[in-house]
Every structure is written in structure tokens, then in C-alpha cells.
Write a new protein. Structure first.
Length: 162
């Protein structure tokens, strides 16, 4: 019980100084799991603050576990340029929380995402993102392999201030 109280106290103390999006020059790296229909993979993002509430960055994802689909490297990978509107400080929910809707332009489609970050310390937190394509580059019926990285996705993992 003493250890539990100590860990809880330590978490509260380190959370006091945690920062969400800091504006121009802010740098964030996220790494985590990517979940989508018939696939599970890894995702990594880097975001750079351009202004008080705007950031841009890159997202890379690779599908590792594909359920009975014949997919090559080009089907499994996606790289995206992304733009975020970091509105956590506008909504004033919590100093440690950031909400960021955004758009992205990738190898497979043009899409959007809604992400959330929560920081426990100045350098570490957790994130989750929901993403969906708005316009797919290939029209018509897609093969199961072409649907990978071209559908609704859920990302979850760790975020770091750099």
C-alpha cells in the first residue's frame, strides 16, 4: 500500500509541470500501434509547431499483422504529410491535454484525423488518433490489399516532447 501511495504521489507531482502543445517551435514525436480492419501495425509521427495553434509533420505507418491477405511492401506502408490545429489551449480542458483535428496527404489518399494527447510529465504522455480517408486515389472497388492504409484507423501509443 505504501508503494501505491508513493507512485500515485509521484504521478501527481510530475503531472503539475506537464505541457501540451507549446506553439511555434514545439516538437513532438509519437510512436504506437495502428489498428484497422484486417491489419495491425506500427505508427510513428513527428509534428513541428508553426504557430500558436498550428503544426505540421509526417506520419509513417506499416501494417505488420495482415489477416489472410496477399499484400506486398507497397500495400503495407503509408507516409503522410499532415497539418494539425492544436486547440487544447483554446478549449482550456486541462493544461496537460491537447486536442488536434487535422488533414493529411498520403501515398494512398487525402484524409483527416482527430487526435488527443495527455502529458504526465514535460517529456512523456500518451496519445490516440482516429483517421479516415476523404478521397482515395484509386477509384472503384479496392482489393483487400489496397484497402490497407485506405480505411478508418485507430492509433494509440506514447508521445514525447523533443
Amino acid at each position: 500500500m505504501k508503494h501505491l501511495i508513493f507512485l500515485f504521489s509521484l504521478l501527481i507531482i510530475t503531472s503539475i509541470n506537464a505541457q501540451n502543445f507549446e506553439g511555434k517551435g514545439d516538437k513532438k514525436m509519437q510512436i504506437g500501434a495502428n489498428f484497422q480492419n484486417n491489419s495491425t501495425g506500427i505508427v510513428m509521427t513527428y509534428d513541428y509547431g508553426l504557430g500558436e495553434n498550428i503544426s505540421m509533420g509526417l506520419l509513417g505507418t506499416y501494417a505488420l499483422d495482415i489477416s489472410n491477405i496477399d499484400a506486398d511492401f507497397g500495400d503495407r506502408i503509408d507516409v503522410r504529410l499532415r497539418f494539425n490545429a492544436n486547440i487544447g489551449n483554446v478549449l482550456k480542458i486541462d493544461d496537460n491535454f491537447d486536442l488536434y483535428p487535422g488533414i493529411s496527404l498520403g501515398l494512398k489518399n487525402f484524409g483527416g484525423h482527430l487526435g488527443m494527447r495527455y502529458f504526465f510529465t514535460d517529456g512523456f504522455g500518451i496519445f490516440t488518433e482516429f483517421g479516415t480517408p476523404f478521397a482515395k486515389y484509386k477509384t472503384g472497388d479496392l482489393t483487400p490489399a489496397e484497402e490497407i492504409q485506405n480505411q478508418f484507423t485507430l492509433n494509440f501509443g506514447a508521445v514525447f516532447n523533443l
